[in-house]
Design a protein around this ligand. Structure first.
Ligand code: NAD
Length: 547
């Protein structure tokens, strides 16, 4: 968490409110200089081979692993997450991305040949080559301050792009640490750059000459960034907020489901874009048992500073986040919700703490069921049918993830297919962001584009089509000259290839019969018509014909 004074950001430990460090807020001039340096570095970096880049990425992996304790400690101090989460949710994703990229990037981005179905194109060969884009900007949030920018960085540099990261103003020290790690891994100057600062700094970066921007953050931030990218038409991926629903089917295994949902709701103090933000419990014989188990598990979680080994739930990142959570609880209570456990801020603990909270008697008139909470609240709504649960889950401006908890997996898969989201997980939650092979991204106000997986790789390259024609014959039938015969030929060709079966022979006759008739032959001036292609081929001494 951070407060800003003039051109300096103060990084604050949200567990203690102590100042952890100070970093500069970079100006437009500084950002532009860094963008220029990144373009310069790209000139060389794009020429390196996959093998050469893989060496750097493997070294990066070694450095992250060797400095894991120091990284986990800093992450825990700067954003308050429990140490176990700092290791598991922040470091494993980037480390696995290094391995996956080194083993697969070259294979996944090998040239692809494309077969063409139209007989008129039979002399052509088409292939797709994947080339780096240039300079990729990564504007990152504070809630996964290491894994989000690192995974995007590793994928970007592996395909030959250079990268500029703008860490959140609430986690600038982790951003600076990423820069240090890249330096220690020996990456050439300019391949990974860090710009520290606030939203204004982010604005300078998004308006600069980038070849791609990946923005992860709030909907409001994403909307502004999209406008800021418009002038340069910078291609953009937006990874925004969520309001992820958990649907519990009547046959869900009680213990597994309750433990999973408890973790999904309270990990990172609920400050995950894909955390379980609302539960739809389909009425059945276990309804009461599930509610009471979820309440018991939540009330047993230990609130405290992230750096303590025994902490389950850390603080919120700052007072803004704390105020938002308090507001949602008050709104829900004023509209008839019931608190089963928690419900209070715990600033007596020294930081921005809020108790893990379970609510029932909630509905969609309440903010807690419709707006992103980003805090440790677990509202549970009991519904009569599966259809109602799906309808309510889809009644959202967001479409990031959803989870389904069930015994019968085929049934759960049907529900998954009915949900309007980018990711639907059955009997687990949240894990897939840290798994580099799996696509990540949302629909609706959760954003667009995909990161991670080979879909994410395709977003980081220029998908270049190369077509090669063997240049047989004298010309192509769609080239000039035009005329009546060309129109008849074209009409015949469409009939021949796509008309009713009975019309196709007539189409063939018109097509072939008019194929070699030039406009001159129907032209009263009587100038020579273009020779038929077959004849032209026989006598062709075309000096321009490529060899
Ligand atoms: P935020 O939008 O306030 O800030 C995110 C980053 O964008 C920061 O670095 C900030 O400085 C920068 N920024 C903000 N406004 C900007 C602007 N106009 N121009 C350029 N840069 C700008 O978001 P946050 O509070 O840091 O993060 C929390 C949000 O991020 C939540 O909504 C959460 O759901 C979302 N999130 C989404 C994903 C995902 O993968 N979909 C992952 C993590 C977080």
């Amino acid at each position: 968490m951070v407060t800003s004074h003039k051109a300096i950001l103060e990084s604050i430990n949200p567990s203690t409110k102590e100042v952890l460090g100070r970093v500069p807020i970079m100006s437009k001039v500084q950002v532009d200089e860094i963008v220029a340096a990144s373009h310069k570095a790209y000139e060389i970096w794009q020429l390196t081979s996959y093998k050469q880049r893989a060496k750097y990425v493997l070294k990066l992996r070694q450095v992250i692993a060797a400095r894991a304790d120091e990284l986990a400690q800093l992450i825990s101090e700067e954003v308050g997450k429990p140490l176990a989460e700092a290791y598991l949710s922040e470091l494993t994703g980037p480390l696995d991305t290094c391995v996956w990229m080194v083993e697969n990037a070259e294979k996944l981005l090998a040239d692809q040949s494309i077969s063409l179905s139209n007989p008129l194109l039979s002399s052509k060969q088409s292939l797709v080559a994947f080339e780096p884009l240039g300079v990729v900007g990564i504007i990152a949030p504070w809630n996964y301050p290491f894994s989000i920018p690192m995974m995007a960085t590793i994928m970007s540099i592996m395909v030959g792009n250079t990268v500029i990261i703008k860490p959140s103003e609430k986690s600038p020290l982790i951003g600076i640490k990423i820069g240090e790690i890249c330096q220690e891994a020996g990456l050439p100057h300019g391949v990974v750059e860090i710009v520290t600062g606030d939203r204004e700094t982010g604005k300078y970066l998004s308006e600069a000459a980038l070849n791609k921007l990946i923005f992860t953050g709030s909907v409001q931030g994403g909307q502004k960034v999209m406008a800021q990218c418009a002038d340069n038409l910078t291609p953009l991926t937006l990874e925004l907020g969520g309001k992820d629903a958990a649907i519990v089917l009547p046959d869900a295994p009680i213990d597994w489901t309750c433990r999973g949902i408890t973790w999904g709701a309270f990990t990172n103090a609920g400050q995950a874009c894909a955390s379980v933000e609302r539960v739809y419990l389909i009425k059945g014989k276990n309804t009461e048992k599930i509610i009471s188990k979820l309440t018991k598990l939540a009330s047993g979680l230990k609130l405290g500073p992230g750096t303590s080994d025994s902490t389950d739930v850390g603080p919120l990142v700052d007072e803004v986040q704390l105020a938002k959570v308090k507001d949602q609880v008050e709104d829900a209570l004023s509209k008839g919700a019931t608190i089963l456990t928690g419900g209070k801020a715990r600033e007596d603990l020294g930081g921005f703490f809020f108790e893990p909270t379970v609510l029932t008697n909630v509905d969609h008139t309440m903010k807690v069921m419709t707006e992103e909470t980003f805090g440790p609240l677990l509202p549970i709504m009991v519904v009569e049918t599966e259809d109602k649960a799906v309808e309510l889950a889809n009644d959202s401006q967001f479409g990031l993830c959803a989870t389904i908890w069930a015994g019968k997996l085929e049934r759960a898969e049907c529900v998954a297919r009915d949900l309007n989201v980018g990711t639907a997980l059955i009997n687990d939650c949240l894990f897939s962001h840290a798994t580099p092979q799996l696509p990540w991204g949302g629909i609706k106000k959760s954003g667009f584009g995909r990161s991670h997986s080979y879909f994410g790789l395709y977003d980081l390259v220029n998908i270049k089509h190369i077509s090669i024609d063997s240049a047989g014959g004298s010309h192509r039938v769609w080239w000039y000259p035009y005329g009546k015969a060309k129109v008849k030929m074209a009409r015949g060709g469409i009939q021949m290839l796509h008309g009713k079966m009975t019309e196709r022979p007539v189409g063939l006759v018109h097509f072939v019969g008019n194929m070699f008739v030039g406009p001159q032959s129907e032209n009263p001036t009587g100038k020579a018509a273009i020779k038929p292609e077959s004849e032209a081929a026989k006598t062709d001494a075309n000096p321009d014909k490529p060899q």
